[in-house]
Design a protein around this ligand. Sequence first.
Ligand SMILES: *Cc1c(COP(=O)(O)O)cnc(C)c1O
Length: 370
Amino acid sequence: MTQPYLLLTPGPLTTSDTVRAAMDRDVSTWDADYNQITQQLRADLVTLAQADCHDYAAVLLQGSGSYAVEATIQTALPRTGAKLMIAVNGAYGRRMAEIADYLAVPHVVVEIDETKPFALPLIEATLTRHPDVTHFAIVHCETTTGVLNPIEAIIPALHARGLITIVDAMSSFAGVPIPTAALGIDYLISSANKCLQGVPGFGFVIARRAVIAQTAGNARSLALDLYDQLATMEAHAGKWRFTSPTHVVLAAAQAMKELQAEGDVRARNQRYAANQHRLAAGMQALGFELIVAPAAQSPIITSFKYPTPDFDFAAFYAFTKAHRFVIYPGKVARIPSFRIGNIGAVQLADIERLLTVVAEAQAALAPAAG
Ligand SMILES: *Cc1c(COP(=O)(O)O)cnc(C)c1O
């Protein structure tokens, strides 16, 4: 079916016709065929994370990505004798701190400017001041701005210090290669509706088996007990605890096949990067400045400054939407901005068409002369 517009947003995003068609079937959560689809998906997710099923397990959890983040934090942190350090350079890092507040999980925040990536020295210096920290959490791609935090430089050092490491790779997993085992990541979190290119409805966590095995009884809520969710999936060969989002899982299984057919994460990463490079160059040529320096820019989403203080984003948005492109408002605290996503079933030709539409919008929305 033809879609009314293309979503240039960081998820839910534009999915393929075949991913949407895969949902056109009712299945029973008690059926072995369906549970086998869950098991295959779990195994494929571990492989995608560059980890081994003996050492890591994929836990799928109903809800949006934030549910998986909240489940991870409350399951990973023991109720006593533990402290979480959270690296914050955007809204999603801040959300983890808010989750820790709600759960009354002891935590310290290390915060930097939203437009910059983290570097290891600041994190190590903060740890030295807080020697009681046991767990560390960071966002990989801060979708707030599009900044990519260099987890490959940060996580191995913290893992070597004996910290349990949590990475919110919601918007980067399956779009940026992540060597989970080699880096020493204990919990890697993402969801169905981002670079996997499925539809919204569940999140997932790739957890180190030896670490999550120690977390029985930690969770502060029943429905978000990641330990129990995993125990049920393992004991009953892929059966979900509580009602499973069956149609969403069918879509995710199809999305996984399409990712493999595309040539895996490396090929998808190249497509996204080509989209991002063309978008950034084309928008700059039209007078839109970037917020994130190219060295820290992810291939996932790009933030642009308003070109003038009186830029009418609502009119700009309405124009691009009428021309079949839905873009995204900005989220940077102190810089008026908007964002354009580079992910989903989006090709270079789509970006070229968007740039033409943006040029038309500028001409149509320019204040009349005189
Ligand atoms: C999308 C996203 C989340 C989760 O958001 P939901 O709206 O709960 O799906 C968390 N972290 C990052 C970095 C994200 O991009």
